[in-house]
Design a binder for this molecule. Structure first.
Ligand code: NAD
Length: 487
């Protein structure tokens, strides 16, 4: 690390944030955070023990009534101040993110701005929580409905978007009047700690947000989930862990939101604008180095243009600069860790063994760190692992199709259902495909759907619940109905 990098890391508190205080773990344990570009240690952070986990929920439970009673405007204004503070700190936060997660600084800056938007959006939504009042059909009762905060919520986030996955949960929860315990991924705890410190300075009362970092997410989460005061679990991560946590949350009947894995199709119809389609595919595949739940995993192109498209995609991907995210001009950073690199290599090797053709890439790169070359595969059979499994890396398999029905059938031939992308100049074809895709979201002639003002989420094994948009705050509210007899 150079001097500036060290200074940015050192500016972040590395203890647990519980009840408005920064403290070491009860056991005194800490764990290492490494730079995936070099494998070097950049910091250590507190490794929570079970007693700390209990204390974090106790703090959230104790503050719940006061926070729910805080005026919505005040809750909104704290979020609004934090929105501004995040943007003021954009350069430092972006560098911090790159150091712990690896993505190029330009992408980190974009994530910081995206993350901040959730606070601006939910600052505005905090004051628009509405109920209803009406006369029952038999005129005997007045129906009064109101929305109340669900209560203390446990928020678990992944490493791939270290700041935005946190603000996308913390924003609506705080706006709704819920207190929270945030547990970031063990690979990337620093951005969440920096976020807590920003919210603290923005005037958030102690105990409303509690941050628990740990290298042992299973046992620590068990303690939190089993706490009788907890009311909700919101999880973003793999389908496997999401499904395990649903089972655990069933004993306390917790409210759930599940943002899980994806296996996104990207369909290029024969009438597509090819320039737009190639640019969209590059973005949908390469944003975050392919380490995104929304990443285009299976690219279906009409047979008449498939090989030309794959060639153009290969040319675009091979022009990307793969380097440590802090290097000027870097387009693609390292994968998160050794396991991720082994998984991506394994998927490509399997596809090649089954007859897939490598049009560019196809191997790891760099002398250290976890870099993999942007890769385009062609002629891969749909029996290959890469067709079924989430790739989570810079690998783009291109599959030809013959007609629209086949494209839609292939696109839906997956257990996942997060997002699909389509490229066509025909409105009729676009609407028909939007309706036929078994996904929660569709990008039409664009490779990006993420937007704080829109409802993000999936169907099938990509989960349920929505983050962002008008829907996002409802994940943290429950409806109360009162029957008024005025007779
Ligand atoms: P992961 O499931 O391994 O980990 C996610 C989080 O769960 C981390 O905080 C981790 O510490 C925690 N965790 C792991 N095991 C746990 C356990 N037994 N009990 C409690 N918590 C546990 O996923 P990951 O590798 O960090 O993230 C990648 C996955 O996240 C991909 O599948 C990706 O598609 C998904 N993702 C989904 C969305 C979405 O919005 N749908 C967004 C980003 C990432």
């Amino acid at each position: 690390m150079d001097e500036r990098e060290r200074a940015v890391v050192q500016s972040v508190p590395t203890g647990l944030y519980i009840g408005g205080e920064w403290r070491e773990a009860a056991s005194g344990a800490r764990f290492v955070v490494e730079d995936p570009a070099t494998g070097e240690e950049i910091a250590t952070v507190a490794d929570a023990s079970e007693a700390d986990a209990r204390a974090a929920v106790d703090a959230a439970v104790a503050m719940q009534p006061a926070w729910a009673a805080t005026a919505p405007r005040e809750r909104g204004e704290i979020l609004r101040r934090a929105f501004e503070a995040i943007l003021e700190a954009q350069d430092d936060l972006a560098l911090l993110m790159t150091l712990e997660m690896g993505k190029p600084v330009a992408e980190s800056r974009a994530e910081v701005a995206y993350a901040a938007e959730f606070f601006r959006w939910f600052a505005e939504e905090a004051v628009r929580i509405r109920g209803d009042f009406y006369i029952s059909p038999d005129a005997a009762t007045r129906v009064l409905t109101t929305r109340q905060p669900v209560g203390p919520s446990y928020l678990i986030t992944p490493w791939n978007f270290p700041l935005a996955m946190g603000t996308r949960k913390v924003g609506p929860a705080l706006a709704a009047g819920c207190t929270v315990i945030l547990k970031p991924a063990e690979q990337t705890p620093l951005c969440s700690l920096a976020l807590a410190s920003i919210l603290e300075r923005a005037g958030l009362p102690g105990g409303v947000l509690n941050v628990v970092t740990t290298e042992h997410p299973g046992p620590i989460s068990d303690v939190i989930i089993e706490h009788p005061g907890l009311r909700k679990l919101s999880f973003t991560g793999s389908t496997e862990v999401g499904s395990l946590l649903m089972r655990k949350a069933s004993s306390g009947l917790l409210r759930l939101s599940m943002e899980l894995g994806g296996n996104a199709p990207l369909i290029v119809f024969e009438d597509a604008d090819l320039d737009k389609a190639v640019a969209g595919a590059v973005f949908a595949k390469m944003r975050n180095g392919g380490e995104a739940c929304t990443s285009a995993n299976r690219i279906f192109v009409h047979r008449s243009i498939a090989e030309e498209f794959a060639g153009r995609l290969a040319a675009a991907l091979s022009a990307l600069k793969v380097a440590r995210g802090t290097e000027p001009g870097a387009n693609v950073g390292p994968l998160i860790d050794h396991d991720a690199l082994a998984k991506v290599s394994g998927l490509v090797d399997d596809a090649v063994a089954r007859g897939g053709r490598v049009m560019t890439g196809g191997a790891r790169t760099g002398e250290r760190g976890y870099f993999y070359a942007p890769t385009v595969l062609f002629d891969v059979p749909t029996t290959a692992r890469v067709f079924r499994e989430e790739i989570f890396g810079p690998v783009a398999p291109v599959y030809p199709f013959d007609d629209d029905d086949e494209a839609i059938r292939l696109a839906n031939d997956t257990t996942y259902g997060l997002v699909g992308y389509i490229f066509t100049e025909s409105l009729k074809r676009a609407v028909r495909t939007i309706e036929a895709l078994e996904t929660g979201m569709v990008g039409v002639n664009q490779g990006l759907v993420s937007n704080a003002a829109a409802p993000f989420g999936g169907v099938k094994r990509s989960g349920f619940g929505r983050e962002g948009g008008f829907e996002g705050i409802h994940e943290y509210l429950s409806v109360k109905y009162a029957a008024l007899n005025l007779g």
